[in-house]
Design a protein around this ligand. Structure first.
Ligand code: UDP
Length: 271
């Protein structure tokens, strides 16, 4: 994946990444723009992977250089959290349109139904996984779910063999963060699927076992308030991290000179 990333970026002329506290984020203009870039990569036969960037992941990457390396190697890094968009505005003088992992997951499924791409769902509990595999083709007529497995397996080699045997084009991994990102990075070279993406709780949502934030929260970027109301204990710690993240962003902006556009993609400068 390390060797492939710059080439994919050059080939598909991805917009230059913004560096949000050292983590690259792709400034997609819209969902359609993201889907267009991903489709080009898939149809070219090249492998690519996508990660959803939020303040929790960036915060964790500060303490885990191995995670930071993984985030830097992904071909697509979408602006999943409103905190990342705010940070980009503070640090780079440029906001980022939000492309949430959950919305992109459902839009990719719709596209997969149209293009007849095979989809494999790896992760969540066995019940959630089976329910999602059954429900999604009802939601997206024509969708080919070519396989599914829960995320509590013990033999990763066997999981990779099943994925490859299914001849999946798209692999969605829902094992929570950063476990799913580590898993994708570790096994990407052995997985034949052309596109991989970590999708967190999205399989639970597809299964109908987890409620999505109502539209008003999604449109205002305040899903975290909704999740906080649902799971106050788990989410309280997250709110503390979000606050520390934003304070550090402001501190960085005050200490450093002007906006930064770091690790600009070779794509635009070289071509
Ligand atoms: N999960 C999994 N294997 C694991 C840990 C978690 O399949 O070893 C699943 C879990 O069942 C859930 C999903 O990962 O469906 C997302 O978990 P969580 O909500 O903790 O992740 P987040 O989206 O908050 O990162």
């Amino acid at each position: 994946m390390i060797a492939d990333a710059p080439l994919t970026k050059r080939l598909f002329r991805l917009p230059a990444s913004l560096s949000v506290m050292g983590v690259p984020v792709t400034p997609f203009e819209s969902y359609d723009h993201a889907l267009e870039c991903i489709t080009q990569a898939i149809e070219s036969g090249r492998k690519s992977s996508c990660v959803a960037i939020n303040p929790l992941k960036i915060h964790r990457a500060w303490r885990e250089p191995s995670l930071l390396d993984i985030l830097r190697e992904m071909e697509y890094s979408i602006c999943d959290g409103i905190g990342v968009s705010i940070a980009a505005r503070i640090l780079c003088g440029q906001g980022l349109n939000r492309i949430t992992g959950c919305d992109l997951f459902f839009r990719l499924l719709s596209l997969a139904a149209e293009k007849q791409w095979g989809v494999y769902l790896l992760g969540a509990s066995a019940q959630s996984n089976a329910a999602a595999c059954a429900r999604l083709p009802e939601m997206y007529p024509g969708l080919r779910i070519v396989g599914g497995q829960d995320g509590y397996f013990t033999d990763p080699g066997d999981a990779v063999r099943r994925i490859n045997a299914s001849r999946a084009d798209l692999l969605f991994v829902a094992m929570g963060s950063p476990k799913q990102e580590y898993w994708i990075a570790q096994h990407r070279h052995a997985i034949d699927a052309r596109f991989c993406m970590g999708v967190g709780g999205s399989i639970d949502i597809a299964a109908g076992h987890l409620r999505r934030a109502p539209a008003v929260f999604r449109m205002t970027g305040t899903e975290f308030l909704f999740r906080f109301a649902l799971e106050p204990r788990k989410r309280l710690a997250h709110q503390g991290i979000l606050l520390r993240f934003l304070l550090r962003v402001i501190g960085t902006r005050l200490c450093n000179a002007g906006p930064s556009r770091v690790r600009a993609r070779e794509a635009n400068t070289e071509s």
